[in-house]
Design a protein around this ligand. Sequence first.
Ligand code: GLN
Length: 178
Amino acid sequence: MLRAVGASPCEVRRPADLDGLDGIVLPGGESTTMGKLLRIFDLLAPLQDLVASGLPTYGTCAGMILLAAEVVDGRHDQELLGGLDITVRRNAFGSQVHSFEEDLTVTGVGDIHGVFIRAPWVERAGPSVDVLASVGEHPVAVQQGHLLATSFHPELTGSPAMHRYFVDTVMGDRGGQQ
Ligand code: GLN
């Protein structure tokens, strides 16, 4: 998806891989495991610093949880990157069998199809956070300047619209300021 919108992505596995990035995508997965792995591989503190210092960052699903300032229904020892002034509820829509797909209108992006897999929702959004889309009354796409987060997995549909928004608008506006 990132290649489709003109970016040149690489995988980040070690702290040295963080050098020279214009932006980063934190993918879905399992946020407590991702937090442990970030610590074990010495990525937690450097990524926290980069996110805090303005690196354009897009968190999807578990990635949204990692970016959140606070988590409800997380593990007591769950590691977070923080930076995004939201409280997320983990597994908010229910368990794996309650995964679903829904058409959404995302402000700044347009109409897209959202795939929600054991997804979180945003329970609280601070004053500097823009809500870009909701399911019912629950925000599922938010932006706070250089930080973008969605509860859903945009990479599982045919549309690169969310990635285009991240690369062209979020990174486009902020990427040059590193
Ligand atoms: N439920 C997962 C978690 O807590 C997130 C699921 C996903 O990324 N699809 O991290």
